[in-house]
Design a protein around this ligand. Sequence first.
Ligand code: CMP
Length: 137
Amino acid sequence: MQQTLAIVKPDGVARNLIGEVVARIERNQLAIKAMKMIHMSRAQAEGFYAVHKERPFFKDLTDFMCSGPAVVMILQGENAIARWREMMGATNPADAADGTIRRDFATDIEKNVVHGSDAPETAAFETGYFFSGLERN
Ligand code: CMP
């Protein structure tokens, strides 16, 4: 069993897409092991995306991520990391496959509704960033 971090980003929350995203997760039989709504501080957003800190989009991305509440979740299942990434679609909604969350709802590469861990090491860091061990059993 694998765990991954999923986020409904501030654009998704503002556009009332929490229910839609959760419904898709449930339909795809990924277990929601933990879930909460948070409003990230700038420091929390910068720490979460530290891997991108040299990228040109870092400032805009972290501004956006602390601009409003987001929903963070731990999803669990066989191959959960890849399955959640497949449901999200490509980072840029223009490249995302039909039927994916980003294709159906995202407006641009930054405001792309959802986030998912990209590998087991990042999933371990990202799930641990928002949830304690007690919250994810
Ligand atoms: P996410 O999967 O959360 O990981 C990094 C985020 O940076 C990405 O989704 C996008 O929302 C954002 N981003 C903004 N511009 C770019 C870009 N040019 N390339 C990749 N990611 C970008």
